[in-house]
Design a protein around this ligand. Structure first.
Ligand code: NAP
Ligand code: GLV
Length: 306
């Protein structure tokens, strides 16, 4: 069995060594133009030439959860596209989102500013009931985040395409229940995949539906958010702030208005990182299961887009 590796912005050596250890007997190599046909590929943002030269792949294993960049390419018709299925990401995402929600709710930004100026001051405790949190997307990451927020006793609402039951979380389903979901929330967390249906979904119309003093946490993809609409709603005071981990252009250009906006907390696409050891173990296990003819989790539906 031949596994080829083609991942942009990733040092190949530790991945090749890890895959060789996890799949003894397999030939594992970094892809170069003109290479022979492989059986499976481990990829991140491969060039179109790679896919054109590898039409007979059985599995195309993406080393991330989101497959939007991959699905923009022309894929071999009979190849299964497989996304990372948690692999240590959901706990990181839960940490990140809970941190952002709690930092805002408890006004820790204000306390940090006070302390930096030598001011010993207290703020009036806020009521959790006045900070209902909505999680867009109740998949592998969104469900874990919703459960984690419930641990802190926030009222939590979830929105998904099909009905999802998560204990303690008020579920809303599909386009018909989207406005009701937004109206019910003050803090909004985006964990949707980027698809034609979800591109630009965080815009003036939808964000205006959040309760006044709303707060946005975007940890999915930059193209979900219409940047100018967020800035306008922050200026008008309808939104109190935002924490953004993902951007239309990454790295975020130096001249972008987000850099100078004090109500926005920025991080460099780091909320849930790909963990190499966990990912190699998961991908190797799935390759072995596929070779035995067994079903595997995380196979992408190219029509649905995730
Ligand atoms: P997932 O398991 O595929 O879950 C996607 C969820 O979104 C599902 O609940 C799905 O509904 C829902 N959904 C999809 N389209 C929808 C629509 N049109 N309307 C309403 N709900 C819709 O994905 P995941 O593993 O949780 O990851 C989510 C995204 O997080 C990834 O696609 C990626 O973009 C992003 N991500 C970001 C980072 C980071 O570091 N910032 C790291 C990892 C992932 P159903 O349940 O009905 O299918
Ligand atoms: C990161 O953004 C991922 O999709 O895994």
């Amino acid at each position: 069995m031949h596994i080829t590796f083609c991942c942009a912005d990733t040092r190949p050596e530790p991945w090749l060594e890890g895959l060789r250890n996890a799949l003894p007997g397999a030939t594992v190599s970094e892809w170069h133009p003109g290479d022979a046909q492989a059986d499976h590929a481990v990829v991140w943002s491969p060039p179109q030439q790679f896919l054109d030269e590898q039409p007979g792949l059985r599995g195309l294993f993406n080393i991330g959860a989101g497959v939007d960049a991959l699905l923009r390419l022309k894929l071999p018709p009979d190849t299964k596209v497989v996304r990372l299925d948690d692999a240590g990401m959901s706990v990181q995402m839960a940490e990140y989102v809970c941190h952002a929600v709690i930092r805002h709710f408890r006004e820790f930004d204000g306390y940090e500013a006070d302390m930096a100026e030598g001011r010993w001051s207290f703020r009036k405790p806020r009521s959790r009931a006045e900070f209902p949190v909505g999680v867009m997307g109740l998949g592998v990451l969104g469900e874990r985040v919703a459960r984690a927020l419930r641990q802190f006793e926030f009222p939590v609402h979830g929105w998904s395409r099909s009905a999802r039951v998560v204990e303690g979380v008020h579920g809303h389903v599909g386009v018909a229940e989207f406005d009701g979901f937004l109206n019910a929330c003050r803090v909004l967390v985006n964990l949707l995949p980027l698809t034609p249906d979800t591109r630009d979904i965080l815009n003036r119309h939808t964000l205006s539906r959040l309760q006044r003093g709303g707060y946005l946490i975007n940890v999915a993809r930059g193209a979900h958010l219409v940047d100018e609409d967020l800035l306008a709603l922050l200026d008008s005071g309808h939104l109190a702030g935002a924490t953004l981990d993902v951007f239309r252009t990454e790295p975020l250009p130096r001249e972008h208005a987000f850099w100078g906006q004090p109500k926005i907390v920025l991080t460099p696409h780091t909320s849930a990182r790909t963990l190499r050891e966990e990912s190699i173990a998961q991908i190797a296990g799935k390759i072995q299961a596929m070779e035995r003819g067994e079903p595997i989790a995380g196979v992408v539906d190219p029509v649905r887009g995730y």
